[in-house]
Design a protein around this ligand. Sequence first.
Ligand code: EPZ
Length: 414
Amino acid sequence: MYYQINGGKKLFGEVTIGGAKNCLLPLLAVSTAIGGKVVLHDCPPMMDVLNMVALLKKLGAKVCYQDNVATIDAKDLAYFKVDRQLGGKLRGSVLFLGALLGRFKRATVPIRGGCAIGKRPIDIHISAFKKLGVEVEEGDFEVVCNAENAKGGNVCLPYPSVGATENLLSFAVLTKGRTILENVAIEPEVIALERFLVQAGAKIQGIGTNKLIVDGVKTLNSVEFRPIPDRIETATYMVACCMAQGKITLHNVCPQHVECLTKILKGATVDFCKNNLSLECHQKIKGFQVETAPYPRFATDMQSLALSLSTVAKGQSKVVEKVFENRFFNCGELAKMGAKITLSGDFATILGVDRLQGATVKCKDLRSGAGLVLAGLNAVGTTKVLDVFHVERGYCNLVKNLNLLGGEIVEIDD
Ligand code: EPZ
């Protein structure tokens, strides 16, 4: 399937942002650690979520998924081995490790999967688990762990990895004794997981900070939870409006989660009222500089969006990628659309052009795909964005919503 975009249409109207993919994936994984029922509201059926649900079912969990509500009952979980073929399709599958090990003391998970944006090793996860006494056998495609002799301890992460924090926390809450986790990630999705676990009966101190003190409990109980709004989806519509121009209102947003982006939108008016954001843009955004880093600095998942925006910003911009080593694929694709980008190692220097030109371009990963859709909204003429299955891993209703706002974009089966 590809998207065909007829660029140059201004955007006006309203969109409601859904639950965050990167919040839902760890919540779905950690459901396996819970003896009771888990009810997740606002769970949009994007491809990564559907695959996590399929993995849960393969593990033996009962899942009812209707009207964006997922109810998971993992009481009688049958397997501790995550399906290698399906799990290999998404990075989220590695998040089953901590949850399964915590509850059953055994787990096998695939170690490949997810967007091709870098090597994405799991060495930080593994060395931390080993430090807590977990026996680990690493194969080429999966890792087999045994936590029969594991207990609490002190771990300081060499880098605040989001996935490692989520995995270790999911393990520590059900592991005997006290575990102190230092230099952990403080991304909003991680904090949501901390709150979810506390609601399920976990004992965690230091919520929202980079040091967590966890006292293991024997079991976790039923919990009903709503994920945080998707900050990357929010950012996508914000940048769309800046590139196509117009006036939009986004409902169900968390203003501080998109502050790193709001700061660089010089030339647009952004207003917040409770959980609503309105953005108006009738001129070019001023050239800007961003450097990706862990939260609250500029999010790597917004980098491709910023790169697209910079191609039509006024003057020069600089985009530096410090989190993943392979997230500049779009430079070549955007150049096909007339963008003036010079790539040197981990940074790109961009000289804004008046408008991009329609072309046929290809997605390589989820966020680069979203960046190309935004470029197409700006471009003169028709843009074909190929391989959009990448985009559909993490966006629900992107095409529908952009059309509702007045963009002209159609999905075409090839
Ligand atoms: C999560 O990936 C997100 N995925 C990513 O979103 C996001 O880009 C990333 O966090 C950073 O914010 C999910 O939540 C499912 P990391 P994760 O561990 O957990 C290196 C999207 O588009 N590292 O914080 O994999 C790693 O290679 C996706 O929605 C190690 O070297 O990110 C990377 O360079 C893509 N060893 C950096 O740390 C490790 O053991 C950050 O990775 C772990 C990570």
